[in-house]
Design a protein around this ligand. Structure first.
Ligand code: DLL
Length: 433
């Protein structure tokens, strides 16, 4: 039986959802106009006033916000309330430029934690569960977001944070953890370690995993589910909007329900900014409708995906987003061809590898090169060079069929590619260095 945390909202009729969005959007735009001079100036530039926004049908008129705006307004330029009303910040792990800092009032934190609780309950979480939160705590939103959600869902919360893999496994086994929250790459690593320690899927007490913060393929999901003997649920979010829980998967596992009472989603053409019809692939754009400290109107996420409003058999009515295919800034253009790391991962997993790989792009004699280093699993590891060469050839053929361009594959011994406790580093693009 499907369980809900806030059934009246999660299963509200489309008319009810639209009504909530319309009312809240009008207020949110007024709030931003009155309190965020940076965005007011953007509206004025377009000749808009809050009176031009009477419902969510008028959303398309409003100007976009991008990461560049957030950097320009850093640190306080987009804060919509007096600082004394803010109770926390979080910040992205961005490696280039200024970090993005997002602000929260207590109201913002409560709504965020409710979103995370919806995700945990959708994954089967109840007050009978032991929920181990192995996302990083601190500036990253994963740890504290799911921690708050686990409390609200009534779980016994185990705040291990990321890292210390041995200790993680000890707690899983000793406390009989039933729900694990971490990045999918760390879940795969935990699975690998537990297997090595002799724990099979039947010995592992975990029943559900709530994995997100990075792109992961369906193939990787099946792999993790098999090793740990669990059902693995996807969860999506970004710091700018709150953190995890902007969208989450239900038991049907066919896309993530976006919490539409808090966020309006649009798909746009990343080049022209034009709003695309339902079902089209494009850049995901979000508008918060009831945030106080850090309201964001038409924020461009750079994530590429599709939306569907088709009825979901779980009973939830909120729009679903597909697994993001990648980010506009993650997409590699190699010899003119668009390549997403997720496509490479799908080929590897299909041929029996785990998601331990690194993509190295370089430019030699003015031509882009694509090298993929892939770890062999312990079962396939061999010193029979002929066998290794055959495996390499088979992967190269699979990649050529998937990408349409040639990639050079190097197979490496198990455990030679560094593991990540948080988001995995998959691509090294030497062309930009
Ligand atoms: O990653 C928030 C989060 C924490 C989500 C824990 C889920 C679980 P940021 O560090 O700001 O926030 O990174 C946000 O990560 O724009 C996507 O590109 C990517 N991302 C997040 N979740 C998923 C997912 C957190 N389920 C950026 N699938 C987003 C694919 C994801 N990509």
């Amino acid at each position: 039986m499907e369980r809900y945390f806030q059934e009246e909202i999660e299963c509200a009729s489309r008319e009810q959802i639209k009504k909530i969005q319309d009312e809240r959007l009008v207020k949110q735009v007024r709030h931003v106009w009155d309190n965020v001079p940076y965005y007011r100036a953007k509206m004025e530039e377009k000749g808009l006033t809050p009176d031009d926004i009477q419902s969510s049908d008028d959303l398309y008129k409003l100007p976009f916000l991008s990461k560049a705006d957030l950097r320009e307004a850093y640190p306080y330029g987009l804060v919509g309330v007096p600082l004394k009303e803010c109770v926390r910040i979080h910040s992205t792990s961005g490696t280039t430029g200024k970090r993005v800092v997002a602000f929260y009032t207590q109201h913002d934190i409560d709504l965020w934690e409710e979103c995370c609780a919806r995700a945990i309950v959708a994954a089967g979480g109840t007050d009978e569960d032991v929920c181990q939160v192995s996302y990083g705590y601190g500036l990253f939103t994963g740890g504290l977001g799911l921690h708050g959600g686990a409390h609200k869902a009534g779980c016994l919360t185990v705040p291990t944070s990321s890292g210390s893999t041995e200790r993680q496994i000890m707690f899983i086994m000793d406390l009989q953890t039933t729900i694990l929250c971490c990045t999918p790459s760390y879940a795969a690593y935990l699975g690998e370690q537990m297997k090595e320690m002799g724990y099979g899927p039947d010995d592992i007490p975990i029943k559900a995993g709530i994995f997100g913060a990075e792109a992961w393929s369906e193939e990787m999901r099946r792999d993790i589910e098999k090793t740990l003997g669990i059902k693995a649920f996807d969860i999506y979010g970004l710091t700018e909007l709150s953190g995890p829980g902007v969208a989450y998967e239900c038991s049907v596992q066919a896309g993530m329900h976006i919490n539409e009472d808090h966020f309006i989603a649009e798909i746009i053409d990343p080049d022209t900014g034009e709003v695309l019809p339902e079902g089209s692939q494009g850049e995901l754009v979000f508008t918060s409708v009831d945030k106080e400290a850090f309201p964001l109107i038409r924020y461009r996420t750079r994530d590429i995906c599709t939306l569907t409003r088709e009825k979901c058999s779980c009973g939830r009515t909120h729009v679903r987003m597909a697994k993001p295919k990648g980010r506009t800034d993650d997409m590699l253009i190699i010899r003119g061809v668009n390549v997403f790391p997720s496509q490479i991962e799908a080929v590897l997993i299909k041929q029996g590898y785990a998601a331990n790989y690194q993509i190295i792009v370089d430019r030699v004699n003015n031509t882009d090169t694509l090298d993929v280093q892939v770890e062999m699993t312990p079962e396939m590891f061999t010193d029979n060079l002929g066998e290794v060469a055959d495996r390499q050839k088979s992967l190269e053929a699979g990649l050529k069929a998937m990408l349409g361009i040639k990639a050079k594959v190097s197979l490496v011994a198990p455990k030679t590619i560094a593991r990540s406790e948080g988001k995995a580093v998959r691509v090294i693009d030497k062309r930009r260095i």
